[in-house]
Design a binder for this molecule. Structure first.
Ligand SMILES: C[S@@+](CC[C@H](N)C(=O)[O-])C[C@H]1O[C@@H](n2cnc3c(N)ncnc32)[C@H](O)[C@@H]1O
Length: 297
């Protein structure tokens, strides 16, 4: 089955607008990866209500909503449940942005297909600027915003999040939702620190390897190879933030909260083969799912 059979929004050709050259060969690889990415686990979940995410879920499974596995509607209900959990993750990230006014601008660094941006605008009524390396994702996000009639407030562009066109101090808050593992953290936090106004809030939800384990486990290495990324340690996050005027306001371990999502996903037809690595690394303590919210001082 092709990806287009799953989508309500057809993947358009790459953006006709100017697309900057990637800053490095690696970024070119990542742009290609996300341009080609059309896994059912992302698209079918987004089709549930038009919020397209490329991240994982948190929270307990609603077994009543799932019903009987023998039921012909079970798979559809399972997809809706996984989607509810991934949207709950984005809601939790937004909960941690602090107070945001209608006149504020937020920055979503590594915005994917834009699900979190739409949710942020719907919650705060503010402008949301997203950047992604993938022209296809930016097109998808902008088309979705146009369908919702919010294209004046929600905009994605093809841009390196380490070198954005946003004015210094422009953003009231900014975030990375599972997109920090593609970049050097010092470079990333220097750019967030520049774009954020003093007193602004930065939030990341991310998988990181646990320094208590010692080094990245074989499962973490497997996840890196699967996604062509470079998972950082918890220690690196805190150090790079401290070096860039980002002072942690909250560090929340979401590992236990994300396991139900993975265990449910592992039973579905949407498996991608990486489920075992996530479940095992979360269980052996080598990998953690964290939210870090920091104040720009
Ligand atoms: C796992 S997806 C997360 C997407 C989105 N944050 C979400 O929650 O649905 C990772 C995203 O990071 C983006 N990304 C990776 N490196 C980037 C960079 N240097 N500049 C901008 N975006 C980047 C990719 O293009 C992709 O959109």
């Amino acid at each position: 089955m092709t990806s287009t059979e799953y989508t309500t929004l057809q993947d358009a050709p790459a953006a006709s607008a100017f697309v900057p050259s990637p800053a490095s060969p690696y970024q070119g690889d990542i742009a290609r990866y996300w341009d080609q990415e059309a896994r059912p686990v992302n698209l079918r979940l987004g089709d549930v209500d038009g919020l397209y995410h490329h991240h994982y879920g948190i929270g307990d499974i609603d077994r009543t909503a799932l019903g009987d596995p023998a039921d012909s509607e079970y798979e559809k209900k399972l997809i809706a449940e996984l989607h509810r959990l991934e949207s709950a993750q984005a809601e939790y990230l937004l909960d941690n942005l602090g107070s945001v006014g209608r006149g504020d601008t937020l920055v979503d660094a590594g915005c994917g297909r834009g699900g979190s941006m739409v949710m942020a605008h719907q919650r705060f009524g503010c402008d949301v600027e997203g950047v992604t390396l993938s022209a296809k994702q930016a097109d998808f996000a902008n088309r979705r915003a146009a369908e919702l009639g919010i294209e004046d407030s929600v905009r994605a562009r093809v841009c390196n999040m380490l070198d954005t066109p946003f004015a210094t101090g422009q953003a009231a808050a900014s975030w990375n939702n599972e997109s920090t593992m593609y970049v050097d953290l010092h470079d990333l936090f220097a750019e967030h620190s520049r774009v954020l106004r003093t007193g602004g809030r930065y939030v990341t939800v991310t998988g990181c390897w646990n320094p208590r384990y010692g080094q990245p486990s074989k499962w973490v290495s497997q996840i890196n190879a699967h996604f062509e990324c470079n998972i950082h340690s918890r220690r690196e996050y805190l150090r790079a933030m401290a070096d860039n005027r980002l002072v942690p306001h909250a560090v929340v371990d979401l590992t236990a909260a994300t396991l139900p999502y993975w265990e449910l996903r592992a039973t579905s037809s949407l498996v991608t083969g990486i489920e075992e690595a996530f479940i095992n690394s979360y269980k052996d303590g080598s990998f953690q799912y964290l939210l870090i919210a920091a104040d720009r001082v």
